[in-house]
Design a protein around this ligand. Structure first.
Ligand code: NAD
Length: 501
């Protein structure tokens, strides 16, 4: 996910850190405004995915920890919901400012923990701050309605918060997601428990340390841990509202669990997004977009919105794939904390194995490897995979159907428009699509035809604050990054008053 945010320099000294060991971050569970060891002091070791070196241990929450955290968050809710919305907005803006003041530090931690190149990782906290400020600015919009009833009778509706909200996040943008997702939840008067993904939680823990005192105790809470923590949050009877960023499999599991408690759920799930280029599109521009739209430089291709399937008209196919291969081969893959690095590594060695297995399956199924495909020389200890292009891909191949979540592009050739749209829509995902043509009528018709929740015409990847972001089909449920997201963290109450007694 990419949200453009302005940057400003700051002067923290952490950048002098020479080794992983120098990051000082609390590793316990944060709830009720305090740090707590996990039950039985359970912990897991984090690994720097670029070097294989340890980043130290972090607490793992179980159902008992979840219960304590939810109760603390619920106690805080009873006061937070009564706080004036303008005051909640003021406090949220102070959280945003704190994130802006610590972009370098949070980016450095992100770079070590999640493998994102430092010069990009330092944009993440500022991007989150922009989202928080956006939601803080919407505090007057949680409006109700009145129905004309005649003299002496009044019918009006209110919007109320749910209580404790569980926000369960994916690994690809830990601090960005934490900031973006706390904002509408808290603005609406709920309290929040953020569960970052188990692979890279350090920046979110640091965020909790940094913003201590800016919100009342128990309003913002962080539980590290894995599936057990996530499931326990979803099943807890004081959690009535859940938001998840993750895979389809996780979304399905959460929906099943939420059904028992009739809980409201927002799901932002996977994508296998098509970039469609028509015959009149400029091959150089399409190639530049295809590479940028993979989010290679910000996440090594680990982005839900990445345009991983290229449907290139045969008139421009050869020129476009040649230009893409040339661009991919020029990208400097390296250790994420080094300034010269353009593309970092995947989040874990497990993710690397998964991506390499997909590359193997593509070769077996007859696709042509036109760029990358290897672990780069000299980087064997890390979870690296070269930016990769497969050409001569056909729609039924595994790499054209399944989400790889890595730096792998599949290029498909088309000349029959009907068959092309059939292939574009012939998958279970429906997140995003990118359309390239100089003919606006063709572009709008294509936008109508694609089964996707977010469409760019002559653009890709960048999200627009205020525009509804959400998937069709199995890519999700609900919309985010817009007013509707804020409203979705409120529930309606109708009041009917007779006062002409
Ligand atoms: P994942 O589904 O494995 O895990 C996501 C989160 O869910 C983690 O915090 C995990 O601990 C938790 N979790 C897993 N099983 C759970 C369960 N049964 N109950 C409750 N919580 C559970 O996903 P990931 O590997 O971290 O991230 C990659 C996926 O996320 C990809 O599919 C990607 O497309 C998707 N994603 C979507 C968006 C979007 O906005 N649509 C953005 C980023 C990532």
């Amino acid at each position: 996910m990419t949200i453009d945010a302005p940057q400003k320099e700051n002067t923290q000294s952490h950048r002098d850190a020479e080794s992983d060991e120098l990051i000082s971050v609390r590793r316990e569970l944060y709830y009720g405004g305090e740090w707590h060891a996990a039950t039985d002091s359970a912990s897991t070791e984090l690994i720097n995915p670029a070097t294989g070196r340890t980043l130290g241990a972090v607490a793992v929450a179980d159902s008992e920890d979840v219960d304590k955290a939810v109760r603390a968050a619920h106690r805080a809710f009873l006061d937070w919901k009564r706080e004036k919305p303008a005051e909640r907005a003021r406090m949220l803006k102070s959280v945003a400012q704190c994130m802006r003041d610590h972009t370098d530090e949070l980016g450095w931690i992100e770079s070590l923990d999640a493998g994102i190149p430092y010069h990009k990782a330092r944009e993440e906290a500022a991007a989150a701050a922009e989202v928080i400020e956006y939601f803080a600015g919407l505090y007057t919009e949680m409006k109700g309605e009145t129905i004309p009833m005649g003299e002496g009778v009044l019918n009006y509706s209110l919007r109320e918060p749910f209580g404790v909200v569980a926000r369960i996040n994916a690994f690809n943008h830990p601090v960005l997601f934490a900031g973006m997702k706390l904002a509408p939840v808290l603005m609406a008067g709920n309290t929040v428990i953020i569960k970052p993904a188990e692979q890279a939680p350090l920046s979110v823990l640091r965020l909790a340390e940094l913003i201590e005192g800016l919100l009342p105790p128990g309003v913002f809470n962080v539980l590290t841990g894995g599936v057990v923590a996530g499931e326990s949050l979803v099943r807890h009877n004081l959690v009535q509202r859940i938001g998840v960023i993750g895979s389809i499999k996780t979304g399905q599991a959460v929906l099943h669990a939420a059904a028992d408690g009739i809980k409201r759920v927002t799901l932002e799930l996977g994508g296998k997004n098509a970039l469609i280029a028509f015959a009149d599109a400029d091959p150089e521009k399409v190639a530049a977009a295809a590479v940028f739209g993979m989010s290679l430089e910000r996440g090594c291709g680990q982005a839900c919105s990445s345009n991983t399937r290229l449907f290139l008209h045969e008139a421009i196919y050869d020129a476009t794939v040649e230009a893409i291969a040339e661009r991919l081969n020029k990208l400097q893959v390296g250790i994420p904390t080094e300034d010269s690095t353009q593309v970092g590594c995947l989040v874990s060695h497990g993710q690397q194995e998964r991506v390499l297995a997909y590359i193997g399956s593509a070769i077996e199924q007859g696709a042509t490897l036109s760029a990358g495909g290897q672990v780069p020389d000299g980087l064997e200890k890390g979870a690296f995979v070269e930016p990769t292009l497969f050409t001569n891909v056909t729609p039924e191949m595994t790499i054209a159907q399944e989400e790889i979540f890595g730096p792998v592009i599949a290029a498909l050739r088309w000349d029959d428009q009907e068959k092309m749209f059939e292939a574009v829509n012939g998958i279970e995902f429906g997140l995003a699509a990118s359309i390239w043509t100089k003919d606006l009528a063709t572009a709008h018709r294509a936008a109508e035809r694609v089964e996707a929740g977010y469409v760019w015409i002559n653009g890709t990847l960048v999200h627009v604050l205020g525009a509804q972001f959400g998937g069709q089909k199995k890519s999700g449920l609900g919309v985010e990054e817009c007013l509707e997201e804020l409203i979705s963290y409120t529930q309606p109450k109708n009041v009917h008053v007779t006062y002409n007694m």
